[in-house]
Design a protein around this ligand. Structure first.
Ligand SMILES: C[S@@+](CC[C@H](N)C(=O)[O-])C[C@H]1O[C@@H](n2cnc3c(N)ncnc32)[C@H](O)[C@@H]1O
Length: 464
């Protein structure tokens, strides 16, 4: 008979000898782990002695499983045993399980040891202790201990304590989560991204997908320094964070850029934009979710190793760049992604399902797109993939550096709404042309292209 079935029968018979045997320290580690795993729910009168012995076993996996089983007994008489083990246990995972077991006892007698665990060097143990103390959060001593953690160096601890004390920054959205202001639906604004973004209401956008200007690699942008360029992007992304709805995504396409050398006496310079901007984005309150590599076919890359191909001298090698980065961030929140999904009615969820083939890895092979007018567009397929994976039908998708409006076109094709900003008049006019090719698509909000003055008028009337 299977072990689990034997265990069930022994539990019903109250057969202590059976448990003494299968949980005897004489058994090998594998057998003990199997036995511990098969225990399942334990009756309140289960004799803890064999588990207490195994909680002191030399193998950490056995100790861990034994403490887990003991925790399920929720037996307050075990408190002093747990405390004693906690004082000598060196393995983080087991310490965390001990703290969890102590918390589960829900007894005020556990407060001192839980408070002591707030100084554990492992943040995960501290978080576990915070959870245990939450039951007693009305108690002044606990309040004081939790407040002292508000400046803890670990972000995990800080966010757990904010949650415990109810001091998390709470958003007060003006509209239900799936809604966005009608005035912004299928709207393109020909103006500076930062100026426009500053006029947009808080929490009005569901997804942002953008590819910003490439520092000074192309003629359409000039910044006094790389630092000034990063500062500019940071300000734009600060606004993106503000206008993004709770827990929603910001997807950023960038790649290192090469600023060509001025003369033969100078070297060219590469700037690692995705890596330099990343810490600034997370500091704004975006949580890093994924690093997707957009891989292009080798022939599409600019050849950088012609010289090396000839001379073959080490140090002279330069890789041809066939990838760009599609970094995925989520506006940080304590709410799980399921919360975001639950905000939509079933019809929208069903209609938005990503059916058929999709790319399960973070390596997306997509051919680049060349455009007769704009020098740096991303392909419609890339925009469509991002929009399909990170938004629902009827959502508002923002691109503050819209170029020819690829995001707008993809949003319409996928029955989302776009909100585009593009500063260069020639690209803005071109975007109008590109989008109108797609506007034969049925939409309840026909695309509108407005200049800054018209947008200012809309703002003064209120962007509802
Ligand atoms: C890399 S391109 C984006 C191309 C776009 N993804 C497409 O597929 O067409 C960046 C765009 O940002 C625009 N841009 C640069 N600075 C801007 C600013 N301050 N405000 C708005 N747009 C800006 C540029 O004119 C350029 O069209």
């Amino acid at each position: 008979m299977e072990l689990r079935a034997l265990v069930e029968q022994a539990k019903q018979r109250g057969d202590r000898a059976f448990f003494e045997r299968i949980l005897s320290p004489e058994q090998g580690v594998k057998a003990l782990l199997q036995a511990l795993e098969s225990l399942g729910r334990l009756p309140a009168d289960f004799e803890p002695a064999p588990l207490v012995r195994l909680a002191q076993h030399s193998h950490e996996d056995v100790r861990l499983a034994a403490v887990k089983a003991l925790a399920r007994l929720e037996n307050c008489e075990l408190l002093s045993f747990f405390c004693e083990r906690l004082s000598v246990e060196t393995t983080t995972l087991v310490r965390r399980e001990l703290v969890s077991a102590i918390g589960r006892l829900r007894t005020p007698d556990a407060i001192p040891v839980l408070a002591q665990s707030l100084t554990d060097p492992d943040p995960k143990v501290v978080v576990q202790a915070i959870r245990g103390l939450m039951v007693f959060r009305e108690c002044a001593e606990v309040q004081q201990a939790l407040h002292a953690l508000m400046t803890h160096p670990s972000e995990l601890v800080r966010s757990a304590v904010q949650h415990a004390l109810g001091t998390e920054p709470r958003s007060t959205p003006k509209q239900p989560h799936p809604h966005s202001p009608n005035a912004l639906k299928n709207l393109a604004i020909g103006a500076d991204a930062l100026t426009v973004l500053r006029c947009l209401p808080d929490e009005s956008v569901h997804l942002t997908f953008t590819s910003p200007p490439y520092y000074n690699a192309r003629d359409y942008t000039l910044y006094p320094s790389y630092e000034a360029y990063l500062d500019f992007l940071t300000e734009v992304f600060r606004e993106v964070h503000r206008v993004t709805k709770e827990g929603r995504f910001f997807v950023l396409n960038t790649s290192p850029v090469l600023v060509p050398r001025m003369s033969r006496q100078h070297a060219s310079r590469r700037y690692a934009i995705p890596f330099d901007i990343h810490p600034r984005i997370t500091a704004l309150g975006f949580e890093f979710i994924d690093d997707i590599i957009w891989a292009k076919p080798a022939p599409s890359a600019k050849n950088r190793n012609g010289g090396f191909y000839q001379h073959r001298k080490p140090l002279g090698y330069k890789a041809n760049s066939v990838v760009e980065y599609v970094m995925v961030y989520r506006k940080a929140t304590s709410k799980l992604i399921d919360w975001n999904m639950r905000q939509y009615p079933d019809e929208i969820v069903d209609a938005s399902r990503v059916l058929g083939k999709y790319e399960p890895t973070n390596l997306w092979q997509i051919a680049p797109s060349a455009d007769p007018v704009h020098p740096a567009v991303f392909p419609l397929e890339l925009a469509a993939q991002v929009i399909q994976l990170y938004s629902y039908k009827g959502d508002l998708v923002l691109d503050p550096f819209a170029g020819r409006g690829t995001v707008g076109r993809a949003a319409m094709l996928l029955e989302r709404y776009f909100l585009l900003i593009e500063k260069e008049p020639r690209y803005f006019e071109y975007a109008q042309q590109v989008i109108s090719e797609g506007s034969l698509l049925a939409t309840d909000y026909p695309p509108r292209f407005v200049g800054f003055e018209e947008f200012e008028r809309m703002v003064s009337e209120g962007l509802h």
